[in-house]
Write a protein that binds this ligand. Structure first.
Ligand SMILES: Cc1cc2nc3c(=O)[nH]c(=O)nc-3n(C[C@H](O)[C@H](O)[C@H](O)COP(=O)(O)OP(=O)(O)OC[C@H]3O[C@@H](n4cnc5c(N)ncnc54)[C@H](O)[C@@H]3O)c2cc1C
Length: 429
């Protein structure tokens, strides 16, 4: 009988590995430590707001090909919404200026030559140095490759890279920044349309994936934390779930799709990223004004992006480590006053602020520095039946949904394509 693939971790990396494996006819069991699937990309019922919200606003782009293929496979592509064209409205809180970036669809960046489409105050030549990031060496930081100063930096490069890398851009890896630019600005507006899960991450990305996996016969085991891995010379021979061990048969395999700190505790001597950056989200239960765009970039404030959802306005702050210990009500008040000034909603309601919630994810992503990027391991391990997945493995992308899904696909391909000759004889089983 064909072997079983044990997928450890039900985040997007684990779910995408499971989908690809089951599509290829493999039998899959997913083991998840917590009581829910989705990992860092999930919806939950929030008591303070009295509504279901996402742990954080997640933005996808139309060029996220693996993520869009994942959504098509689980039948949920219609649940992503966004403008028909690649448009990004911005507000500068210090000057009060408002503008919209309009990328043109094709790869030729015509928008750069059109003063009504590009960043106001910039000239076409200002964009040329960005190309240096495309060929940056892996040990270089963004600040070593381009000037992190000036109008174009503040109005375009900083917000783009801060959101994509989740790190103060000058310290970010130039190689990862280059990958972001290659897959967005350099790929043309067709790849840059912003997309959000209107009904939430759970109903869009997680629940349909679980339904699809169940239909294909996969099993999900919640509150089933892997505690240890027993290794033989060339393969994993058993999985220890604390009081219960699963001994692997000759054809069984494992995709380890847990965060880096969990993987490092399970595999001795595994090098992984060890530094992280936070993301802070503020959610307000209030109807956005009817004309409010789904996403607005905000400059010179605490707020970086404002998302409008039915009945809720949400704010994202990337690289938000400095807000982790700030009093929650102070943070909520500061952010709400900025939201009010951008959206035109009243800054003071009769009840004070609208019902609010602050969600702070301390270890939202690994710190995308050149040094941390160099610690990312490949999916393939020295054990024949073990592959690694996760947004922190060496995907060539920053820690994103797209990276997590590509990593799961890659791990699944490695397991599925194991040459029969590399499989152990039954004496190991
Ligand atoms: C607030 C926030 C905002 C974000 N915004 C964006 C965005 O706008 N766009 C974007 O593309 N990306 C965004 N991201 C990043 C994106 O969420 C992640 O890249 C992606 O979800 C990572 O998926 P993963 O499967 O690699 O890891 P995880 O989601 O961390 O999944 C790992 C899973 O393994 C489980 N696990 C851990 N240890 C064990 C064990 N021993 N046994 C069994 N299970 C275990 C965990 O419980 C978890 O479910 C954001 C992240 C956060 C936190």
């Amino acid at each position: 009988m064909a072997g079983i693939v044990h997928v450890i971790g039900a985040g997007l990396a684990g779910l995408s590995a499971a989908l690809r494996l089951t599509a290829g006819g493999k039998r899959v069991v997913i083991h998840e430590a917590t009581a829910f699937a989705g990992g860092r990309c999930r919806s939950y019922r929030d008591a303070a707001l009295g509504m279901t919200i996402d742990n954080g606003n997640h933005l996808l782009l139309s060029g996220n090909r693996a993520a869009l293929a994942f959504l098509r496979e689980i039948g949920a592509q219609q649940q992503l919404i966004g403008p028909k064209a690649a448009e990004f409205p911005f507000v500068d809180l210090s000057s009060g200026e408002r503008w919209t970036l309009h990328f043109n669809d094709g790869r030729l960046p015509l928008w750069v030559f059109d003063s009504r489409r590009r960043v106001p105050g910039s000239g076409a030549l200002d964009y040329v140095p960005l190309a240096r990031l495309l060929w940056a060496r892996p040990e270089k930081s963004v600040g070593e490759v381009i000037s992190c100063d000036g109008l174009l930096y503040r109005r375009l490069v900083e917000p783009l890279l801060l959101a994509a890398l989740n790190i103060d851009p000058p310290h970010g890896s130039a190689k990862l920044a280059g990958a972001v630019i290659r897959e967005t600005l350099a790929a043309g507006g067709r790849a840059c349309r912003p997309l959000v899960a209107r009904d939430g991450l759970g109903p869009t990305l997680i629940e349909p994936a679980l339904a699809c996996l169940q239909q294909r016969g996969a099993t999900l085991s919640l509150e089933h934390q892997l505690r240890a891995i027993r290794f033989a010379e060339e393969r994993v021979e058993a999985l220890d779930f604390g009081g219960e061990a699963i001994v692997l048969a000759a054809d069984d395999a494992v995709v380890l799709a847990v965060p880096p700190y969990a993987a490092a505790s399970l595999i001795r001597d595994l090098e992984t990223p060890t530094e992280f950056r936070a993301i802070v989200n503020a959610h307000f239960r209030i109807d956005p004004p009817p004309a409010q765009p789904p996403i607005v970039g905000v400059l010179n404030g605490t707020t970086q992006w404002i998302f409008a959802f039915p009945g809720r306005v949400s704010v994202t702050i990337s690289a938000g480590d400095r807000y982790i210990d700030m009093a929650r009500d102070v943070l909520a008040k500061t952010i709400w006053s900025e939201v009010a000034s951008v959206t035109g909603l009243p800054s003071a309601l009769p009840t004070g602020l609208p019902p609010w919630q602050i969600v702070r994810e301390r270890r939202a992503t690994f710190a995308a520095t050149p040094a941390q990027d160099a610690k990312r391991p490949a999916a393939q391990t020295r054990w024949d039946n073990l592959a690694l997945a996760g947004d922190w493995t060496d995907t060539g992308l920053p820690a994103t949904i797209e990276g997590a899904i590509r990593s799961g696909n890659r791990a699944a391909d490695l397991i599925a394509r194991r040459p029969p000759a590399a499989r152990p004889n039954m004496s190991h089983g």
